[in-house]
Ligand binder design. Structure first.
Ligand SMILES: [Zn+2]
Length: 173
C-alpha cells in the first residue's frame, strides 16, 4: 500500500504571502470556474457519467466544508453561533452570501440559501441544479459542528432559474 500524497492538509496550499508577494491571494473568478469545468470535462470523459462526476464534487465538498470549518470557524457553543460565524467567513472569502431561512426544532431540518454563489451564480440555465460541491460543503460544515450526520440537497439553484441557491439539510436518524 502506498502512502497518500493528496490527503488534504492546509500545508498543500502552501505559503501564499511568500509565494505571491505581488499578486497575493486574489484571482479572477473565471479562473476558479475554468479550473472546475475543465476538471469536470476530464472526469466526465473518464467516468462516462455526469452523476459520477457530481458525486465526486459532492464528496470533495464535504471534505472542504469540514476543513474550512475546522480551520476558519471552529466548533461553537451552538449551531446558531456557528452559522453566523460561518456566514461571516463565507462573505470574507467571497464564497457567497449565506442566509439561514428556517430552522426546525432541535435543528432537525434547515433551509439555507446562498446568494451570489461562487460556483453557479450567473451560469446559463441548465435544467439541473449545479451546486453539488456546495451541498457537500454545507454537509461537511453541519456535521463538523454538530457531530451528527446531515443529508443536504439543493432545492433551488441559479441554474434552475431561481437566481439563488437554496439547500435543505435534514438530520439523519
Ligand atoms: Zn446552485
Amino acid at each position: 500500500m502506498s502512502a497518500r500524497f493528496y490527503e488534504f492538509s492546509w500545508d498543500l496550499i502552501g505559503n501564499i504571502e511568500k509565494g505571491r508577494p505581488h499578486l497575493g491571494s486574489d484571482m479572477r473568478l473565471e479562473v476558479y470556474r475554468l479550473f472546475q469545468f475543465t476538471v469536470r470535462d476530464v472526469l466526465e470523459r473518464h467516468l462516462k457519467s455526469k452523476e459520477e462526476v457530481d458525486k465526486i464534487f459532492f464528496e470533495a465538498g464535504i471534505n472542504a466544508g469540514r476543513q474550512f470549518s475546522e480551520k476558519l470557524v471552529g466548533r461553537q457553543e451552538n449551531l446558531y453561533s456557528f452559522l453566523s460565524l460561518l456566514q461571516k467567513k463565507l462573505q470574507e472569502f467571497k464564497i457567497g452570501i449565506l442566509r439561514v431561512e428556517q430552522v426546525s426544532q432541535h435543528n432537525a431540518n434547515l433551509i439555507i440559501s446562498v446568494e451570489e454563489d461562487l460556483d453557479c451564480s450567473g451560469l446559463p440555465d441548465s435544467g439541473a441544479e449545479a451546486c453539488h460541491y456546495d451541498e457537500g460543503f454545507i454537509k461537511g460544515a453541519l456535521d463538523y459542528q454538530t457531530g451528527d450526520r446531515y443529508s443536504v440537497k439543493e432545492i433551488d439553484c441559479w441554474c434552475l432559474g431561481g437566481r439563488t441557491c437554496r439547500f435543505e439539510a435534514v438530520k439523519e436518524e
